[in-house]
Design a protein around this ligand. Structure first.
Ligand code: ACM
Ligand code: ZN
Length: 534
Protein backbone atom coordinates (compact mmCIF):
# COMPACT_ATOMS: atom_id res chain seq x y z
CA UNK A 1 0.00 0.00 0.00
CA UNK A 2 2.81 2.42 0.99
CA UNK A 3 4.80 1.48 -2.09
CA UNK A 4 1.76 1.86 -4.28
CA UNK A 5 1.13 5.31 -2.88
CA UNK A 6 4.67 6.40 -3.59
CA UNK A 7 4.61 4.96 -7.10
CA UNK A 8 1.40 6.86 -7.85
CA UNK A 9 2.89 10.08 -6.50
CA UNK A 10 6.09 9.56 -8.51
CA UNK A 11 4.17 8.85 -11.69
CA UNK A 12 1.73 11.70 -11.66
CA UNK A 13 4.03 14.36 -10.31
CA UNK A 14 7.33 15.81 -11.52
CA UNK A 15 10.49 14.48 -9.92
CA UNK A 16 10.83 17.70 -7.91
CA UNK A 17 7.31 17.41 -6.54
CA UNK A 18 7.91 13.74 -5.79
CA UNK A 19 11.01 14.64 -3.81
CA UNK A 20 9.20 17.44 -1.99
CA UNK A 21 6.36 15.10 -1.06
CA UNK A 22 8.66 12.30 -0.15
CA UNK A 23 10.90 14.32 2.11
CA UNK A 24 8.03 15.63 4.17
CA UNK A 25 6.52 12.47 5.57
CA UNK A 26 7.73 12.54 9.15
CA UNK A 27 5.52 12.76 12.25
CA UNK A 28 6.15 14.92 14.21
CA UNK A 29 6.82 17.40 11.46
CA UNK A 30 10.50 18.37 11.35
CA UNK A 31 11.58 21.96 11.71
CA UNK A 32 13.24 22.01 8.32
CA UNK A 33 13.26 19.53 5.48
CA UNK A 34 14.97 20.28 2.17
CA UNK A 35 14.90 17.98 -0.82
CA UNK A 36 18.30 17.35 -2.46
CA UNK A 37 19.39 15.65 -5.70
CA UNK A 38 19.63 11.92 -6.11
CA UNK A 39 18.93 8.83 -4.06
CA UNK A 40 20.65 6.60 -1.54
CA UNK A 41 20.15 2.86 -1.23
CA UNK A 42 20.31 0.85 1.98
CA UNK A 43 19.97 -2.85 2.62
CA UNK A 44 20.80 -5.25 5.41
CA UNK A 45 24.34 -5.34 4.01
CA UNK A 46 24.76 -1.63 4.87
CA UNK A 47 26.75 -0.94 8.00
CA UNK A 48 25.94 1.57 10.70
CA UNK A 49 28.99 3.38 11.96
CA UNK A 50 28.72 4.71 15.52
CA UNK A 51 31.45 7.35 15.88
CA UNK A 52 30.93 7.55 19.66
CA UNK A 53 30.63 4.54 21.95
CA UNK A 54 27.33 5.85 23.41
CA UNK A 55 25.78 5.59 19.96
CA UNK A 56 26.29 1.84 19.58
CA UNK A 57 23.16 1.05 21.62
CA UNK A 58 20.75 3.29 19.63
CA UNK A 59 22.34 2.03 16.40
CA UNK A 60 21.64 -1.56 17.43
CA UNK A 61 18.04 -0.70 18.31
CA UNK A 62 17.60 0.85 14.87
CA UNK A 63 19.12 -2.20 13.13
CA UNK A 64 16.65 -4.39 15.00
CA UNK A 65 13.74 -2.08 14.13
CA UNK A 66 14.39 -2.26 10.37
CA UNK A 67 15.57 -5.89 10.18
CA UNK A 68 12.25 -7.25 8.94
CA UNK A 69 11.99 -4.51 6.28
CA UNK A 70 15.50 -5.24 5.05
CA UNK A 71 15.38 -8.99 5.41
CA UNK A 72 18.35 -9.00 7.78
CA UNK A 73 20.27 -7.24 10.51
CA UNK A 74 22.58 -4.36 9.59
CA UNK A 75 25.95 -4.58 11.32
CA UNK A 76 26.93 -1.88 13.78
CA UNK A 77 30.59 -0.88 13.80
CA UNK A 78 32.76 1.69 15.53
CA UNK A 79 35.55 1.44 12.94
CA UNK A 80 35.90 2.02 9.21
CA UNK A 81 33.06 3.41 7.11
CA UNK A 82 29.32 2.99 7.32
CA UNK A 83 26.42 3.61 4.96
CA UNK A 84 24.78 5.26 7.96
CA UNK A 85 27.07 7.37 10.14
CA UNK A 86 26.06 8.49 13.62
CA UNK A 87 27.97 11.09 15.59
CA UNK A 88 27.65 13.64 18.38
CA UNK A 89 28.04 17.32 17.66
CA UNK A 90 28.42 19.64 20.63
CA UNK A 91 27.01 22.67 18.88
CA UNK A 92 23.60 20.99 18.63
CA UNK A 93 21.06 21.09 21.49
CA UNK A 94 20.13 18.26 23.81
CA UNK A 95 17.34 17.00 21.54
CA UNK A 96 18.51 18.55 18.27
CA UNK A 97 19.69 16.50 15.29
CA UNK A 98 20.48 16.76 11.63
CA UNK A 99 19.76 13.97 9.16
CA UNK A 100 21.34 14.17 5.72
CA UNK A 101 20.62 11.63 3.03
CA UNK A 102 23.01 12.49 0.20
CA UNK A 103 24.53 10.41 -2.62
CA UNK A 104 27.97 11.88 -1.83
CA UNK A 105 28.09 11.01 1.88
CA UNK A 106 25.37 8.44 2.43
CA UNK A 107 23.18 8.82 5.49
CA UNK A 108 24.55 11.01 8.26
CA UNK A 109 22.89 11.70 11.60
CA UNK A 110 24.43 14.18 14.01
CA UNK A 111 22.94 15.00 17.38
CA UNK A 112 23.73 17.09 20.42
CA UNK A 113 23.36 13.99 22.64
CA UNK A 114 22.67 10.27 22.11
CA UNK A 115 19.00 11.10 22.74
CA UNK A 116 19.05 13.53 19.81
CA UNK A 117 20.72 10.94 17.56
CA UNK A 118 18.01 8.48 18.62
CA UNK A 119 15.39 10.97 17.37
CA UNK A 120 17.24 11.23 14.07
CA UNK A 121 17.03 7.44 13.83
CA UNK A 122 13.28 7.55 14.51
CA UNK A 123 12.89 9.93 11.56
CA UNK A 124 15.03 7.63 9.42
CA UNK A 125 12.92 4.65 10.50
CA UNK A 126 9.78 6.40 9.25
CA UNK A 127 11.50 7.14 5.93
CA UNK A 128 12.80 3.58 5.51
CA UNK A 129 9.34 2.15 6.23
CA UNK A 130 7.72 4.43 3.64
CA UNK A 131 10.34 4.25 0.87
CA UNK A 132 10.27 1.99 -2.19
CA UNK A 133 11.51 -1.43 -1.11
CA UNK A 134 12.73 -3.94 -3.64
CA UNK A 135 13.47 -7.22 -1.90
CA UNK A 136 15.01 -5.46 1.08
CA UNK A 137 16.85 -2.80 -0.93
CA UNK A 138 15.41 0.55 0.14
CA UNK A 139 15.71 3.61 -2.07
CA UNK A 140 15.68 6.85 -0.13
CA UNK A 141 15.30 10.22 -1.85
CA UNK A 142 18.05 12.69 -0.94
CA UNK A 143 17.11 15.17 1.75
CA UNK A 144 18.58 17.43 4.40
CA UNK A 145 16.71 17.64 7.69
CA UNK A 146 17.42 19.90 10.65
CA UNK A 147 15.15 19.27 13.60
CA UNK A 148 14.52 19.93 17.27
CA UNK A 149 11.47 19.94 19.52
CA UNK A 150 9.59 22.98 20.75
CA UNK A 151 8.70 21.60 24.21
CA UNK A 152 11.09 19.74 26.50
CA UNK A 153 8.31 17.71 28.18
CA UNK A 154 6.38 15.41 25.83
CA UNK A 155 4.63 12.72 27.79
CA UNK A 156 2.16 9.90 28.01
CA UNK A 157 0.35 8.73 31.16
CA UNK A 158 -0.54 5.06 31.58
CA UNK A 159 -2.99 4.07 34.33
CA UNK A 160 -2.16 0.48 35.31
CA UNK A 161 -4.38 0.63 38.41
CA UNK A 162 -7.93 0.45 37.09
CA UNK A 163 -6.68 -2.37 34.91
CA UNK A 164 -3.27 -3.97 35.12
CA UNK A 165 -1.07 -4.74 32.12
CA UNK A 166 1.96 -6.99 31.65
CA UNK A 167 5.57 -5.85 31.65
CA UNK A 168 5.74 -6.65 27.93
CA UNK A 169 2.70 -4.47 27.28
CA UNK A 170 4.21 -1.60 29.24
CA UNK A 171 7.37 -1.99 27.13
CA UNK A 172 5.29 -1.96 23.97
CA UNK A 173 3.72 1.28 25.21
CA UNK A 174 7.22 2.69 25.65
CA UNK A 175 7.98 1.65 22.04
CA UNK A 176 4.96 3.68 20.91
CA UNK A 177 6.11 6.73 22.90
CA UNK A 178 9.62 6.43 21.43
CA UNK A 179 8.39 6.17 17.85
CA UNK A 180 6.61 9.52 18.36
CA UNK A 181 9.69 11.14 19.96
CA UNK A 182 7.95 11.44 23.32
CA UNK A 183 10.34 11.55 26.25
CA UNK A 184 8.31 11.12 29.47
CA UNK A 185 6.37 8.11 30.71
CA UNK A 186 4.07 9.06 33.59
CA UNK A 187 3.28 5.77 35.31
CA UNK A 188 0.11 5.93 37.44
CA UNK A 189 0.79 3.28 40.10
CA UNK A 190 -1.53 3.75 43.08
CA UNK A 191 -5.30 4.07 43.19
CA UNK A 192 -8.59 3.33 44.92
CA UNK A 193 -8.99 0.22 42.76
CA UNK A 194 -5.50 -1.23 43.20
CA UNK A 195 -1.95 -0.68 44.46
CA UNK A 196 0.49 -1.66 41.72
CA UNK A 197 4.05 -1.37 43.00
CA UNK A 198 5.86 -3.72 45.35
CA UNK A 199 7.10 -1.96 48.48
CA UNK A 200 9.44 -4.22 50.45
CA UNK A 201 8.74 -2.57 53.78
CA UNK A 202 4.98 -3.02 53.30
CA UNK A 203 4.50 -6.47 51.72
CA UNK A 204 0.79 -6.44 52.60
CA UNK A 205 0.24 -3.83 49.88
CA UNK A 206 0.99 -6.55 47.32
CA UNK A 207 -1.36 -9.02 48.98
CA UNK A 208 -4.25 -6.82 50.09
CA UNK A 209 -4.09 -3.43 48.34
CA UNK A 210 -3.23 -4.92 44.98
CA UNK A 211 -6.49 -6.89 44.70
CA UNK A 212 -10.16 -5.99 44.43
CA UNK A 213 -12.85 -8.57 45.03
CA UNK A 214 -14.71 -7.84 41.80
CA UNK A 215 -15.16 -5.22 39.11
CA UNK A 216 -18.21 -3.35 37.91
CA UNK A 217 -19.47 -4.41 34.48
CA UNK A 218 -20.63 -1.67 32.10
CA UNK A 219 -21.20 2.00 32.81
CA UNK A 220 -20.24 3.15 36.28
CA UNK A 221 -23.27 5.34 36.92
CA UNK A 222 -25.99 3.03 35.67
CA UNK A 223 -24.70 -0.52 36.16
CA UNK A 224 -25.42 -2.63 39.20
CA UNK A 225 -23.66 -5.68 37.77
CA UNK A 226 -20.30 -6.97 39.02
CA UNK A 227 -18.16 -9.74 37.56
CA UNK A 228 -17.59 -11.63 40.83
CA UNK A 229 -13.92 -12.11 39.92
CA UNK A 230 -10.94 -11.19 42.10
CA UNK A 231 -8.65 -8.95 40.08
CA UNK A 232 -5.23 -7.37 40.53
CA UNK A 233 -1.49 -7.75 40.88
CA UNK A 234 1.62 -5.63 41.32
CA UNK A 235 4.78 -4.85 39.44
CA UNK A 236 7.66 -6.25 41.47
CA UNK A 237 10.64 -4.00 42.07
CA UNK A 238 12.67 -6.11 39.64
CA UNK A 239 9.98 -5.56 37.00
CA UNK A 240 9.93 -1.83 37.70
CA UNK A 241 13.71 -1.71 37.26
CA UNK A 242 13.36 -3.62 34.00
CA UNK A 243 10.78 -1.12 32.70
CA UNK A 244 12.83 1.91 33.80
CA UNK A 245 15.92 0.48 32.07
CA UNK A 246 13.93 -0.30 28.91
CA UNK A 247 12.63 3.28 28.86
CA UNK A 248 16.13 4.67 29.45
CA UNK A 249 17.42 2.77 26.41
CA UNK A 250 14.82 4.75 24.45
CA UNK A 251 15.71 8.02 26.21
CA UNK A 252 12.42 8.15 28.09
CA UNK A 253 12.30 9.32 31.70
CA UNK A 254 9.82 7.51 33.91
CA UNK A 255 7.77 9.56 36.38
CA UNK A 256 6.02 7.39 38.97
CA UNK A 257 2.76 8.64 40.43
CA UNK A 258 1.98 7.88 44.06
CA UNK A 259 -1.48 9.41 44.64
CA UNK A 260 -2.17 11.38 47.80
CA UNK A 261 -4.15 12.39 49.77
CA UNK A 262 -7.01 11.00 47.63
CA UNK A 263 -7.28 7.93 45.40
CA UNK A 264 -5.77 6.03 48.32
CA UNK A 265 -8.38 3.38 49.16
CA UNK A 266 -6.09 0.47 48.21
CA UNK A 267 -3.50 1.71 50.73
CA UNK A 268 -6.21 2.37 53.37
CA UNK A 269 -7.65 -1.12 52.91
CA UNK A 270 -4.21 -2.53 53.62
CA UNK A 271 -3.51 -0.23 56.57
CA UNK A 272 -6.81 1.21 57.89
CA UNK A 273 -5.03 3.35 60.50
CA UNK A 274 -3.89 5.61 57.61
CA UNK A 275 -7.47 6.84 57.14
CA UNK A 276 -9.36 9.28 59.35
CA UNK A 277 -11.91 6.76 60.69
CA UNK A 278 -9.67 3.70 60.86
CA UNK A 279 -11.94 1.85 58.45
CA UNK A 280 -12.60 -0.85 57.59
CA UNK A 281 -12.11 -0.03 53.93
CA UNK A 282 -12.39 -2.12 50.79
CA UNK A 283 -10.34 -1.83 47.60
CA UNK A 284 -12.82 -0.19 45.27
CA UNK A 285 -14.75 -2.30 42.80
CA UNK A 286 -16.32 0.58 40.86
CA UNK A 287 -15.03 3.86 39.42
CA UNK A 288 -15.33 7.44 40.67
CA UNK A 289 -14.13 9.54 43.60
CA UNK A 290 -13.92 8.09 47.10
CA UNK A 291 -14.41 10.19 50.22
CA UNK A 292 -11.92 8.01 52.06
CA UNK A 293 -8.49 9.63 51.82
CA UNK A 294 -5.24 9.64 53.81
CA UNK A 295 -5.58 11.27 57.23
CA UNK A 296 -3.62 14.53 57.28
CA UNK A 297 -3.60 14.72 61.07
CA UNK A 298 -1.77 11.57 62.06
CA UNK A 299 2.02 11.44 61.92
CA UNK A 300 1.83 7.78 60.94
CA UNK A 301 0.44 8.82 57.52
CA UNK A 302 3.58 10.81 56.72
CA UNK A 303 5.80 8.05 58.08
CA UNK A 304 4.12 5.61 55.65
CA UNK A 305 4.39 8.02 52.72
CA UNK A 306 8.06 8.75 53.37
CA UNK A 307 8.88 5.06 53.69
CA UNK A 308 7.12 4.28 50.42
CA UNK A 309 8.81 7.22 48.71
CA UNK A 310 12.21 6.06 49.97
CA UNK A 311 11.80 2.87 47.94
CA UNK A 312 10.30 4.75 44.99
CA UNK A 313 13.31 7.08 44.86
CA UNK A 314 15.57 4.07 44.75
CA UNK A 315 13.71 2.70 41.70
CA UNK A 316 13.15 5.88 39.68
CA UNK A 317 16.23 8.00 38.97
CA UNK A 318 14.45 10.85 37.17
CA UNK A 319 14.17 14.07 39.15
CA UNK A 320 10.38 14.36 39.08
CA UNK A 321 7.93 12.40 41.25
CA UNK A 322 4.17 12.82 40.74
CA UNK A 323 2.27 12.94 44.03
CA UNK A 324 -1.27 13.28 42.69
CA UNK A 325 -3.35 15.78 44.65
CA UNK A 326 -6.53 15.51 42.57
CA UNK A 327 -10.07 14.63 43.58
CA UNK A 328 -9.60 14.54 47.35
CA UNK A 329 -12.95 15.35 49.02
CA UNK A 330 -12.45 16.98 52.43
CA UNK A 331 -15.45 15.30 54.13
CA UNK A 332 -13.44 12.88 56.28
CA UNK A 333 -11.00 15.63 57.33
CA UNK A 334 -13.88 17.83 58.49
CA UNK A 335 -15.01 15.31 61.09
CA UNK A 336 -11.61 13.92 62.05
CA UNK A 337 -10.23 15.14 65.41
CA UNK A 338 -6.64 14.54 64.26
CA UNK A 339 -7.11 16.57 61.07
CA UNK A 340 -8.88 19.37 62.97
CA UNK A 341 -6.07 19.40 65.54
CA UNK A 342 -3.55 19.74 62.72
CA UNK A 343 -5.48 22.68 61.24
CA UNK A 344 -5.43 24.44 64.62
CA UNK A 345 -1.82 23.71 65.45
CA UNK A 346 -0.53 24.77 62.05
CA UNK A 347 -2.71 27.91 61.99
CA UNK A 348 -4.47 26.81 58.81
CA UNK A 349 -7.65 28.44 57.61
CA UNK A 350 -9.53 25.40 56.34
CA UNK A 351 -9.31 21.92 54.80
CA UNK A 352 -8.04 23.37 51.49
CA UNK A 353 -5.04 24.71 53.35
CA UNK A 354 -4.71 21.35 55.07
CA UNK A 355 -4.26 19.77 51.63
CA UNK A 356 -1.60 22.39 50.87
CA UNK A 357 0.11 21.54 54.17
CA UNK A 358 0.01 17.86 53.17
CA UNK A 359 1.42 18.37 49.69
CA UNK A 360 4.03 20.92 50.73
CA UNK A 361 5.24 18.72 53.56
CA UNK A 362 5.78 15.79 51.18
CA UNK A 363 7.31 18.14 48.61
CA UNK A 364 9.81 19.46 51.18
CA UNK A 365 10.81 15.92 52.07
CA UNK A 366 11.40 15.17 48.38
CA UNK A 367 13.23 18.46 47.77
CA UNK A 368 15.63 17.59 50.60
CA UNK A 369 16.46 14.45 48.62
CA UNK A 370 17.07 16.33 45.38
CA UNK A 371 13.68 15.61 43.81
CA UNK A 372 10.84 17.81 42.58
CA UNK A 373 7.11 17.24 42.53
CA UNK A 374 4.42 17.29 39.91
CA UNK A 375 0.80 17.49 41.07
CA UNK A 376 -2.63 17.70 39.43
CA UNK A 377 -4.09 21.21 39.23
CA UNK A 378 -6.13 20.80 42.45
CA UNK A 379 -2.88 21.42 44.35
CA UNK A 380 -3.42 25.10 43.57
CA UNK A 381 -6.52 25.30 45.77
CA UNK A 382 -4.99 26.09 49.16
CA UNK A 383 -1.83 27.67 47.74
CA UNK A 384 1.33 25.98 46.44
CA UNK A 385 5.08 26.34 46.74
CA UNK A 386 6.99 28.03 43.93
CA UNK A 387 8.79 24.83 43.04
CA UNK A 388 5.80 22.55 42.36
CA UNK A 389 5.01 21.72 38.74
CA UNK A 390 1.29 21.75 37.96
CA UNK A 391 -0.31 19.26 35.61
CA UNK A 392 -3.38 20.98 34.24
CA UNK A 393 -6.16 18.48 33.57
CA UNK A 394 -9.52 20.22 34.27
CA UNK A 395 -9.13 22.13 31.06
CA UNK A 396 -6.26 24.59 30.77
CA UNK A 397 -7.42 27.06 33.43
CA UNK A 398 -5.38 25.50 36.26
CA UNK A 399 -2.28 25.59 34.07
CA UNK A 400 -2.93 29.20 33.10
CA UNK A 401 -3.34 30.20 36.76
CA UNK A 402 -0.17 28.32 37.73
CA UNK A 403 1.87 29.88 34.92
CA UNK A 404 0.66 33.31 36.02
CA UNK A 405 1.89 32.50 39.54
CA UNK A 406 5.28 31.58 38.06
CA UNK A 407 4.98 27.80 38.51
CA UNK A 408 6.00 25.36 35.82
CA UNK A 409 3.14 23.66 34.01
CA UNK A 410 2.44 20.58 31.95
CA UNK A 411 -0.66 20.95 29.84
CA UNK A 412 -2.86 17.89 29.73
CA UNK A 413 -6.37 19.38 29.52
CA UNK A 414 -9.17 16.84 29.37
CA UNK A 415 -10.62 18.85 26.48
CA UNK A 416 -7.82 17.59 24.18
CA UNK A 417 -5.61 15.12 26.03
CA UNK A 418 -7.99 12.63 27.72
CA UNK A 419 -7.87 9.82 25.25
CA UNK A 420 -10.06 7.53 27.32
CA UNK A 421 -12.83 9.72 25.80
CA UNK A 422 -14.56 8.64 22.61
CA UNK A 423 -12.89 9.48 19.33
CA UNK A 424 -15.80 10.15 16.97
CA UNK A 425 -18.86 12.39 17.13
CA UNK A 426 -21.18 9.37 17.07
CA UNK A 427 -19.51 6.58 19.07
CA UNK A 428 -22.47 4.25 18.84
CA UNK A 429 -22.94 4.49 15.08
CA UNK A 430 -19.21 4.12 14.55
CA UNK A 431 -18.96 1.02 16.71
CA UNK A 432 -16.64 2.47 19.35
CA UNK A 433 -16.15 0.23 22.38
CA UNK A 434 -17.72 1.33 25.69
CA UNK A 435 -15.78 4.22 27.14
CA UNK A 436 -15.89 7.48 28.98
CA UNK A 437 -18.68 9.38 27.28
CA UNK A 438 -18.16 12.99 28.31
CA UNK A 439 -17.41 14.33 24.83
CA UNK A 440 -15.50 13.06 21.84
CA UNK A 441 -11.88 13.91 21.21
CA UNK A 442 -11.35 13.36 17.50
CA UNK A 443 -7.87 13.32 15.99
CA UNK A 444 -8.52 16.83 14.71
CA UNK A 445 -9.61 18.00 18.17
CA UNK A 446 -6.55 16.42 19.80
CA UNK A 447 -4.38 18.15 17.21
CA UNK A 448 -5.92 21.56 17.88
CA UNK A 449 -4.45 21.90 21.39
CA UNK A 450 -2.68 25.21 21.91
CA UNK A 451 -0.78 24.97 25.21
CA UNK A 452 -0.03 28.71 25.12
CA UNK A 453 -3.61 29.86 24.72
CA UNK A 454 -4.40 32.68 27.17
CA UNK A 455 -0.79 33.34 28.20
CA UNK A 456 1.60 36.18 27.43
CA UNK A 457 5.19 35.57 26.38
CA UNK A 458 6.74 35.57 29.84
CA UNK A 459 4.01 33.25 31.17
CA UNK A 460 4.47 30.91 28.20
CA UNK A 461 7.99 30.18 29.41
CA UNK A 462 6.46 28.19 32.28
CA UNK A 463 4.70 25.78 29.93
CA UNK A 464 7.15 22.88 29.89
CA UNK A 465 5.11 20.71 27.62
CA UNK A 466 2.16 18.47 26.99
CA UNK A 467 0.93 14.99 27.84
CA UNK A 468 -1.79 12.53 26.86
CA UNK A 469 -3.54 10.68 29.67
CA UNK A 470 -5.02 7.26 29.23
CA UNK A 471 -7.16 6.19 32.19
CA UNK A 472 -8.19 2.57 32.03
CA UNK A 473 -11.53 2.22 33.84
CA UNK A 474 -13.09 0.88 30.64
CA UNK A 475 -9.93 -0.53 29.09
CA UNK A 476 -9.10 -4.07 30.14
CA UNK A 477 -6.91 -5.22 27.25
CA UNK A 478 -3.82 -3.85 25.59
CA UNK A 479 -5.46 -4.03 22.16
CA UNK A 480 -8.21 -1.71 23.41
CA UNK A 481 -5.57 0.49 25.05
CA UNK A 482 -3.71 0.90 21.75
CA UNK A 483 -7.01 1.56 19.96
CA UNK A 484 -7.48 4.59 22.21
CA UNK A 485 -3.84 5.68 21.97
CA UNK A 486 -3.26 5.43 18.22
CA UNK A 487 -3.42 7.58 16.22
CA UNK A 488 -4.30 10.33 18.75
CA UNK A 489 -0.87 10.16 20.43
CA UNK A 490 0.55 11.31 17.07
CA UNK A 491 -1.52 14.50 17.29
CA UNK A 492 -0.09 15.22 20.72
CA UNK A 493 3.47 14.49 19.64
CA UNK A 494 3.17 17.05 16.89
CA UNK A 495 1.96 19.73 19.33
CA UNK A 496 4.83 18.86 21.66
CA UNK A 497 7.55 18.69 19.01
CA UNK A 498 6.37 20.93 16.16
CA UNK A 499 4.43 23.71 17.93
CA UNK A 500 4.45 26.76 15.67
CA UNK A 501 4.87 24.54 12.61
CA UNK A 502 1.54 22.68 12.72
CA UNK A 503 -0.87 22.16 9.84
CA UNK A 504 -3.70 19.67 10.28
CA UNK A 505 -4.20 18.87 6.59
CA UNK A 506 -0.51 18.19 6.14
CA UNK A 507 -0.49 16.12 9.36
CA UNK A 508 -3.46 14.10 8.10
CA UNK A 509 -1.61 13.36 4.85
CA UNK A 510 1.50 12.22 6.74
CA UNK A 511 -0.61 10.08 9.10
CA UNK A 512 -1.73 7.95 6.17
CA UNK A 513 1.97 7.23 5.54
CA UNK A 514 2.80 6.65 9.22
CA UNK A 515 0.02 4.09 9.31
CA UNK A 516 2.32 1.82 7.27
CA UNK A 517 4.83 1.88 10.12
CA UNK A 518 2.07 1.10 12.64
CA UNK A 519 1.19 -1.92 10.50
CA UNK A 520 4.82 -2.97 10.23
CA UNK A 521 5.21 -2.71 14.01
CA UNK A 522 2.01 -4.65 14.58
CA UNK A 523 0.43 -1.81 16.57
CA UNK A 524 -3.33 -1.79 16.93
CA UNK A 525 -4.86 1.57 16.00
CA UNK A 526 -8.35 3.02 15.75
CA UNK A 527 -9.70 2.90 12.20
CA UNK A 528 -11.99 5.96 12.35
CA UNK A 529 -9.65 8.67 11.07
CA UNK A 530 -8.19 6.38 8.39
CA UNK A 531 -11.73 5.62 7.19
CA UNK A 532 -12.59 9.30 6.99
CA UNK A 533 -14.78 9.33 10.13
CA UNK A 534 -14.33 11.97 12.79
C1 ACM B 1 -7.63 13.19 36.94
O1 ACM B 1 -8.08 12.93 35.81
N1 ACM B 1 -8.37 12.93 38.01
C2 ACM B 1 -6.33 13.75 37.13
ZN1 ZN C 1 -7.81 12.70 59.69
Amino acid sequence: MKRLLLIIIATICSIAVYAADYENIIVPRPLSCQAADGEVEVSYKSKIKACNPELVAPAKLFAKDVAALLGGNMKVTTKGKGAITLSLLESLGEEEYTLDILPSTGITIKGGTPRAVFYGLQSLLQMVAAAPNSDGVITLAAVKIADKPHFSYRGGMFDVCRHIFTVDEVKRYIDILALHKLNKFHWHLTEDQGWRIEIKRYPELSQVGAYRNQTIVGKNRSSKTYDDTRYGGVFTQDEVREVVAYAAERYIDVIPEFEMPGHAVAALTTYPHLGCTGGPYEVWTRWGISKNIFCAGKESTFEFIENVLTEILDLFPYKYIHIGGDEAPRDAWKSCPDCQKRIKEEGLKDEHQLQSYFMERVERWLNERGRSIIGWDEILQGGISKSATVMSWRGSKGGIAAAKLGNDVIMTPNTHCYIDYYQTSDPQANGEPLGNGRFPITLRKAYSLDPYDGLNESQQRHIKGVQMNLWTEYIATFDHFQHMLLPRIAALCETGWSYGNKDYDDFARRMHILRGLYDYKGFVYAPYFFNGIE
